[in-house]
Design a protein around this ligand. Structure first.
Ligand code: IVH
Length: 666
């Protein structure tokens, strides 16, 4: 076969495979046997092996195969991904409806959909080819998880064009969910492997999407349902319902059971019907969404900075269950906070089995008046974290003793101190419970991400005297680790390697892992990007720290105090002394292009759009989907679209493809 014959054959197979995977994963009505699909797939693989230059980004062979990433880049959404206004009170719906009717002077049409409880993402297509997936993030900017999203079988890598013209650019929004049945299976497997299970399907979906190894994501049973067109420049539809039809024709799996109605009665009926069927569904929903169907009306109503004025989420009451408290234990956290936790008979709340719930603090226990042995009502707050709602009174049942926060730390006996309703163990660096939590945090997914360093192992490491500060982790030998597992040489070897591998670690992960009070991953990234290296961070003044996004005055003082305490500085030095090297963030603030915004239009000849985007991001710039007054450069390829005119009108600097390449090279 000649190369050009191979090229034609490869493209023919790709089209066939796209069509069949759509029939299988989206429409659930396959036309060919799995084995025939596999044959076609194998043929394509063979062709691509012989002529690697024939591999396209949207080839079905490219769903899995990307190299593991070190971290995720970020990208601005084509248009802000807003939140929804929500209520649990149907009276608010009446008010919502009235306000709209008053404003319009006539009756609107509503489109109703279930509110899927998963992870919201944006998918971008250029010339019908999937190019990018971005998590919702803060609504403006999210993490680029393209390779991971590709592994979701129902995500079209190329839009189907048999019924519809494919737009030049398209950005859609949907929810990635995990079916409940598959979620429970996954958790069982994680437990078997000694990993921490996910708290609920939503965390599991978003955690799976944020794996640095897309092979791991590929093994997770994720599903994607689309419900919104975020941007499509020449959109020729008048209603949301028509938009959904269009999405369906392009090959997307759309949100199920969307219904268009005109009366409040119909809305209530839809809401009740979902409420009744909620436990029978194999996915979590936390309400229904009421949206105005007509797009011109939506435009007229507009958005607040937080949510559109044309939609309202009607949320369900959180699910409740009753159970009996076995005992109330006290946990000592990473920062020394003592938290009373109720342990109860395992009970299923909304499809998830729970057996413990935080009682937060001394005052909360008093307010709820719960004791060991009490019958209580449990709910999952926001359908996620289990909470004890109230005690259920029982007649003629003798009660246990009243609970009291101990005067001394249950782990190290140090006398506890009280701050407001909270109690703390002040023995920050000598308390074994705090150390255990500190190590767990250091090795956690967003920290050094040390696989196998779970709660139990951290506990044993401290109890056996193998680790008495963070740095000790790196001098552990496999012989030490073998004492933790009965006959588990393989597990010990794996953990040893997992720890040693993290001797080279991204700066922001290290900052996060240190466990500075209140510093989450976003702030850690902000600090890493701003300071670039540890000495610069350590030298920063409180004022300078406060200038970082997300850092307030209290946090800046805490960061400062943490970094300047002798004990923490010694701990950090000890870790570095073990040969741990911190990788500075890719984005360098000093770059001339840092902070500038680029927009691309038209076709590029010398580089791919994805490469252009990466190049911009690697020097700290941003790529946006639309031209605005904040755009610094418009890069125009062949046949530029309407963006060119807009850029000219706004006086945005224009670059040709070659000029852009030269600029980046500089
Ligand atoms: S419409 C802003 N429709 O709910 C308008 N959102 O609290 C776009 N969600 O994270 C949202 N199912 O991703 C819409 N059928 C549905 C939805 C839905 C789930 C999510 C959405 C967002 C959250 C808002």
């Amino acid at each position: 076969m000649s190369k050009s014959e191979a090229e034609i054959r490869a493209e023919t197979i790709r089209l066939e495979l796209h069509r069949h995977s759509h029939l299988y994963y989206v429409e659930s009505r396959p036309e060919i046997k799995d084995s025939d699909y596999d044959l076609l797939f194998a043929e394509l693989k063979t062709l691509e092996l012989e002529w690697p230059e024939l591999i396209t980004n949207d080839s079905p062979t490219q769903r899995v195969g990307a190299e593991p990433q070190k971290s995720f880049g970020t990208a601005e959404h084509s248009v802000p991904m807003l939140s929804l206004d929500s209520t649990k009170n149907l009276e608010d719906l009446v008010r919502f409806d009235k306000r709209i009717k008053d404003l319009l002077g006539n009756n609107p049409e509503y489109l109703l959909e279930p509110k899927l409880d998963g992870a919201s993402i944006e998918l971008v297509y250029e010339y019908g080819v999937f190019v990018r997936a971005v998590t919702r993030g803060n609504g403006q900017v999210g993490e680029v998880i393209t390779e991971n999203a590709k592994t979701i079988s129902s995500l079209p890598l190329r839009l189907l064009s048999s019924n519809r013209v494919v737009p030049e650019t398209l950005s859609v929004r949907g929810e990635v969910i995990m079916y409940l049945s598959r979620f429970e299976e996954l958790n069982k497997e994680m437990l078997k492997k000694g990993l921490n299970p996910y708290a609920n399907p939503r965390n599991s979906a978003s955690g799976s999407l944020r794996q640095l190894k897309s092979r791991v994501t590929a093994e997770r049973p994720l599903e994607l349902m689309i419900f919104d067109i975020l941007q499509c420049p020449d959109l020729a539809v008048e209603s949301d319902a028509e938009g959904l039809e269009m999405l369906k024709d392009w090959g997307f799996k759309i949100v199920p059971e969307a219904l268009s109605v005109t009366t409040l009665n119909e809305i209530e009926k839809y809401y009740r019907s979902y409420e009744d069927r909620r436990d029978e569904l194999d996915y979590e929903i936390d309400g229904v969404v009421v949206k105005i169907n007509q797009l011109d009306v939506r435009k007229e109503l507009g958005n607040t900075s937080h949510h559109p004025r044309w939609a309202l989420a009607l949320k369900f009451e959180p699910r409740k269950a009753t159970t009996r408290i076995r005992k109330i234990v006290v946990q000592v956290g990473r920062t020394g906070k003592l938290t009373p936790v109720a342990e109860f008979d395992p009970v299923v709340v909304g499809g998830v089995t729970v057996s413990r719930a935080s009682l937060h603090n001394r005052e909360e226990v008093e307010r709820k008046g719960v004791r060991a042995g009490d019958l209580v009502r449990i709910q999952r707050a926001g359908d996620v974290i289990p909470q004890v709602v109230e005690r259920i009174e029982e007649e003629n049942t003798p009660r246990g003793k009243e609970f009291r926060i101990p005067n001394n730390c249950p782990a190290c006996e140090t006398e506890v101190i009280e701050r407001g309703p909270f109690s703390y163990c002040p023995n920050r660096f000598g308390c074994s419970a705090q150390l255990k939590r500190g190590i767990l945090h250091f090795g956690s997914r967003e920290g050094l991400d040390i696989e196998g360093l779970g709660e139990e192992i951290c506990s044993m490491l401290v109890d056996k005297g193998l680790v008495s500060e963070l740095a000790d982790l790196f001098s552990l030998k496999t012989e030490d680790l073998q004492t933790l597992w009965k006959g588990g040489k393989k597990a010990a070897d794996n953990l040893f390697v997992a720890i040693q591998e993290k001797k080279s670690i991204d700066f922001h992960r290290f900052i996060y892992g240190l466990g500075i009070p209140e510093v989450g991953i976003t702030v850690a990234k902000g600090l890493a990007n701003e300071f670039g290296n540890l000495p610069a961070l350590q030298e920063a003044s409180i004022e300078r720290l406060e200038s970082i996004d997300g850092v307030g005055s209290i946090m800046s003082e805490q960061i400062y105090e943490f970094l300047h305490s002798d004990i923490t500085s010694n701990q950090i030095s000890a870790v570095l002394h073990q040969g741990v090297r911190l990788t500075p963030p890719k984005i360098s603030r000093s770059s001339e292009m840092a902070g500038t915004t680029f927009v691309f239009t038209g076709k590029f000849i010398r580089i791919k759009r994805s490469e252009a985007r990466e190049a911009v991001e690697s020097v700290g710039g941003k790529v946006s989907g639309s031209v605005s007054s904040r755009t610094n450069f418009l890069v125009a390829g062949e046949d530029p679209g309407s963006k060119l005119q807009k850029a000219k009108d706004l006086g945005v600097k224009l670059l040709s493809e070659s000029e852009f390449i030269n600029k980046i090279k500089q």
